[in-house]
Design a protein around this ligand. Structure first.
Ligand code: C2O
Length: 585
């Protein structure tokens, strides 16, 4: 029989543990810093594809400034709006515990920061978060150019749950229009149809070969594309962010492969792959070993992934990977190696990547569920509004919905302000349904032709949750206006993705597939086109949190809803009042 330690030994152990605990805490807290930035947002004229374009940008930079903080730090960003547009900025993936005021979605957590030098200071801490996130404008299509990386380092330097890489690089993937993106959105709303496609993809704001405009000539394009120089034998952490407005992307580097170690700033079990699949809003941290022939140059390439049948847009762009010490100067006679990309509609590759990730840290998959919801979503139609002068009167205006409610932003007051005042009347209603109004074959082919399922009603409906309630949501894509993968993003929480699959969710068959052991945690899940995904989270953060499709084409059409989370019983579970400079309408 094992001998129990004596009481005295226990006591000493307790003291040692206690001291150790204090030492670690002191070390962490003493180091917690305030990371402060000022964002001047205004017009910037840039050259792309041989023409000059005025964009909205932060501090004259495109992409915008990178914010770096450590777990435990407080981030303070003073935003000054010198642009001609209403503005708000969202810190995508930041949990915003007790700081919903700083979340940023226009008319959800705040009224916009007005043009002509309106200001607002976003203040939040990043406790308990590590990895790659990003920030972006959360009003109209402005996030096309108003975005940047938000990197959260571990509190203790390099204390990653994987071997410390020799270096790291941020890879921001985006889309480029040759016109004002605000006009692109305005035009789409007037037509009641999808917006015009971008003309190119970007990597770190630059357009490389194959990136539109037919700049296949590598000598002219190489000067304008992003270049990452590496040393042979070293390992690099690539922090890949999909900041594109409307397209999921494949990402590859010729002759190199990756080990995925995190997604959406949640560590994953190491996952080996030679292709990364990433939806708008998502991030992937991947280790890449520089183990190829250092005498050659390699393209890294991003290419559109299309889940929608008969879609044709298949843009791609490149950046360069070169080996030091020669870097770009190395052996010019040999052509730069291009990776073999998946077909632009290769859903098997996309789905296999999305479904293969598992979570490394199992901090609390809720096993008990208080509230279960089945939420159908997709595109449909509403009759043209009179202001939509270009709308097709026969087909109607494209609308998107969740449980047949097409989400409308309020106009007089933000949802959060109305919530704080305890006066939602005239701003929102608390009747977002737990189920769709009718059950039908959501993903069957017959649906595409059945116009009776297309009509949606508009509303600003929230689902109210008690503090600490556990919630399971079956996210069911519909095929009413074409089966398409929609990346759904939830503000204020990371959720566990328990399962996903094609067709209609069937509790009987699919509950058995739930991964309750090591599911991936994310803030954005790419729900398979004509399929479903099941997420679970604990509503432990009071405030109003929007859940929406991160394809910007679908957000103004109403593919969104919001959760209203009540205050908890203790002072540390109550949302404090808004800061003094909180923008009101
Ligand atoms: Cu990255 Cu509500 O968005």
């Amino acid at each position: 029989m094992a001998r129990l330690p004596s009481t005295a030994a226990n006591f000493h152990l307790a003291i040692v543990l206690c001291l150790l605990h204090h030492l670690i805490n002191d070390y962490l807290l003493a180091d917690a810093a305030i990371v402060e930035h000022t964002f001047h947002v205004g017009n910037l004229s840039v050259q792309r594809l041989g023409q000059s374009q005025v964009i909205t940008a932060v501090n004259g930079q495109f992409p915008g400034p990178k914010i770096e903080a450590r777990d435990g730090d407080t981030v303070v960003v003073h935003v000054v709006n010198l642009s001609p547009y209403n503005l708000s900025i969202h810190w995508h993936g930041i949990l915003q515990r007790l700081s919903c005021w700083a979340d940023g979605p226009n008319m959800v957590s705040q009224c916009p920061i007005r043009p002509a030098a309106g200001t607002y200071t976003y203040r939040f801490n990043v406790t308990g978060q590590e990895g790659t996130l990003w920030w972006h404008a959360h009003v109209s299509f402005l996030r096309a150019t108003v975005y940047g990386a938000l990197i959260l380092h571990p509190a203790a330097p390099s204390s990653y749950p994987f071997p410390t890489p020799h270096g790291e690089a941020t890879i921001l993937l985006g889309e480029w229009w040759n016109v004002s993106v605000v006009d692109v959105e305005r035009q789409a709303l007037l037509m009641g149809a999808g917006p015009n496609n971008s003309v190119a993809l970007t990597i770190n704001g630059l357009i490389g070969a194959g990136g539109g405009g037919g700049s296949e000539n590598s000598s002219s394009s190489s000067s304008s594309q992003y270049e990452l120089a590496v040393q042979r034998g070293r390992t690099y952490l690539l922090r890949i962010i999909n900041a594109a407005l409307n397209y999921e992307l494949f990402f590859k580097v010729a002759n190199h492969s990756f080990t995925v170690v995190a997604a959406d700033a949640c560590y994953t079990d190491p996952y080996h792959t030679d292709v990364i699949v990433i939806a708008p809003g998502q991030t992937v941290d991947a280790l890449m070993r520089a183990d190829a022939d250092p005498g050659r140059r390699y393209y890294m390439a991003a290419q559109v992934y299309q889940s929608l049948a008969n879609a044709t847009y298949s843009a791609a762009t490149t950046a360069l990977l070169t080996y030091l010490p020669d870097a770009s100067g190395s052996d010019d006679e040999q052509p730069t190696l291009m990776p073999t990309m998946p077909a632009f509609n290769d859903s098997a590759t996309a789905q296999s990547f999305y479904a293969s990730l598992t979570g490394l840290l199992q901090d609390g998959v809720p096993l008990h569920v208080d509230t279960r919801m089945l939420v159908t979503f997709g595109l449909g139609a509403t009759p043209c509004a009179s202001a939509q002068t270009l709308c097709n009167r026969t087909l109607g205006s494209v609308a998107a919905s969740m449980n047949n409610v097409s989400f409308q932003l309020p106009t007089t007051m933000s949802l959060l302000e109305a919530h704080m005042r305890g006066a939602p009347d005239g701003v929102y209603t608390r009747d977002f349904p737990d189920r769709p109004p009718v059950m039908f074959d959501f993903t069957g082919d017959a649906m595409a032709a059945n116009r009776s399922f297309m009509l949606t009603s508009k509303g600003t409906k929230v689902k109210t949750l008690r503090y600490n309630e556990t919630v399971e949501v079956v996210l069911q894509n519909t095929a009413v206006l074409g089966a398409e993968n929609h990346p759904l993003h939830l503000h204020g929480f990371n959720f566990f993705v328990l399962a996903q699959g094609p067709g209609n969710f069937n509790a009987h068959r699919h509950v058995r597939k739930y991964n309750l052991v090591n599911p991936q945690q994310r803030n954005t899940v790419a729900v398979p086109g004509g399929g479903w995904a099941v997420i679970r989270f604990t509503a432990d953060n009071p405030g109003v949190w929007i859940m929406h499709c991160h394809l910007d084409a679908h957000l103004p059409f109403g593919l969104a809803m919001a959760f209203e989370v009540e205050d908890g019983p203790t002072p540390d579970a109550v949302l404090p009042p808004p800061p003094p400079d909180y923008p009101r309408c």
